[in-house]
Write a protein that binds this ligand. Structure first.
Ligand code: GAL
Length: 365
């Protein structure tokens, strides 16, 4: 089903399952002589976040600082800088290990560039939780916690189709595809989820990708930077949409959705159906004005709360709850995951979706 799972993944799943039971064996099932797991209730917990590429990351830092403190831990929350992101994050994780962090929560800035640091962390006895973004090519990630990324993509693909149908009852509809930063493992997962929904419509000719650019590499937006999406959209408008109408754009998140809309408006063209993600304030406003078509609600408050719950469980020496042990093969193991359900939001559903969000609810009135 999920394109990330390959035959090798199944074999790895079995290996990972084996490791898991061995670990349990050492900790609980082999009786009282087992070494005590868990750690002191006021331990240091490191949180290494990427740079602030979207509002959810800005929110997460403050929520982790407050939540860890409230739970009685010493929190050490760091963001990678705006430019030297990978090196920054590597150094921050190393510093957390040196200071004796018992758990390190990581929102990876580059999925594939942390294997040395997480190996060191493991050696020091720390538990590694990949937060929101998976860390790849390492056996040293213990847990993954995120909103279901593949589902996010599927919801975006479906919203794009629904939005275009609502505007123009019959096809063919002409679209363009955008994906996120190639160093973020989520980007491919979002894209694959969306393409699972869009491919049949593309195959039947109901949906046409005007530029023909359907590969994740061609559609990528380095660094999740708005200016990169805007300049690619500018170029596409010039190359492909002189006289042709653009009906829809698959955008992986809100920051890029607004950049795409800015580009289209700048070219004096009507705003197409544009998807998004993250429920950013400016995008919720745009949705209520009837410009951006959809976003995804991935409530950062919930994700941070569940992550801190995981840390609390680890502190007691118990195994945290996971609800997916097959989808997230990182190339070295299938990482046990706790996935939360994302929610699609359009103008019609915004009031209900944000009813319990004091920041967003007033925007939907
Ligand atoms: C992703 C995250 C998205 C979005 C993006 C840009 O990893 O899941 O919600 O924030 O990063 O920073």
């Amino acid at each position: 089903m999920r394109t990330k799972i390959i035959a090798v993944g199944v074999a790895l799943a079995m290996v990972a399952g084996g490791c898991g039971s061995e670990r349990e064996g050492a900790g609980s099932t082999d009786g009282s002589s087992a070494p005590a797991k868990g750690f002191a209730a006021d331990s240091l917990i490191g949180v290494a976040l990427p740079s602030k590429t979207s509002e959810n990351w800005v929110l997460a830092g403050g929520l982790f600082t407050a939540g860890l403190q409230e739970a009685g831990f010493q929190g050490d929350v760091q963001y990678a800088g705006a430019s030297t992101t990978v090196a920054d994050q590597q150094a921050q994780i190393t510093a957390m290990i040196t200071k004796g962090a018992k758990v390190i929560v990581i929102g990876a800035t580059d999925a594939a560039q942390l294997s040395t640091q997480v190996a060191q962390a493991k050696q020091s006895g720390a538990v590694i939780i990949a937060y929101d973004r998976l860390i790849t090519n390492t056996p040293d990630v213990d847990y993954y916690i995120a909103f279901d990324n593949f589902k996010v993509g599927q919801l975006q693909g479906q919203a794009l189709l629904d939005g275009m149908k609502a505007k123009k009852a019959t096809g063919p509809w002409t679209i363009e595809l955008f994906s996120g930063s190639p160093d973020d493992n989520n980007s491919g997962v979002f894209f694959n989820g969306a393409m699972e929904v869009l491919k049949p419509a593309i195959a039947s000719g109901d949906v046409v990708v005007g530029s023909g650019q359907t590969d994740v590499k061609q559609t990528a937006t380095q660094g999740w930077k708005a200016e990169n999406a805007q300049s690619r959209m500018d170029a596409l408008l010039t190359s492909t949409y002189g006289s042709k109408t653009l009906d829809g754009v698959l955008s992986p998140n809100d920051t890029l959705a607004r950049a795409i809309i800015t580009s289209v408006k700048g070219a004096g063209k009507p705003v197409p159906v544009v998807t998004g993600q993250d429920s950013e304030v400016e995008s919720v406003k745009s949705i209520m004005l009837g410009e951006q078509y959809s976003t995804i609600n991935k409530d950062t408050r919930k994700l941070v709360t569940e992550t801190i719950n995981m840390v609390k469980t680890l502190q007691t020496g118990a195994e945290p709850e996971v609800n997916d042990t097959k989808s997230y093969d990182n190339g070295k193991k299938v990482v046990p995951a706790y996935l939360l359900p994302p929610v699609i939001v359009t103008k019609a559903t915004a009031a209900e979706a944000y009813a319990d969000d004091p920041k967003l609810a007033p925007l939907t009135k």
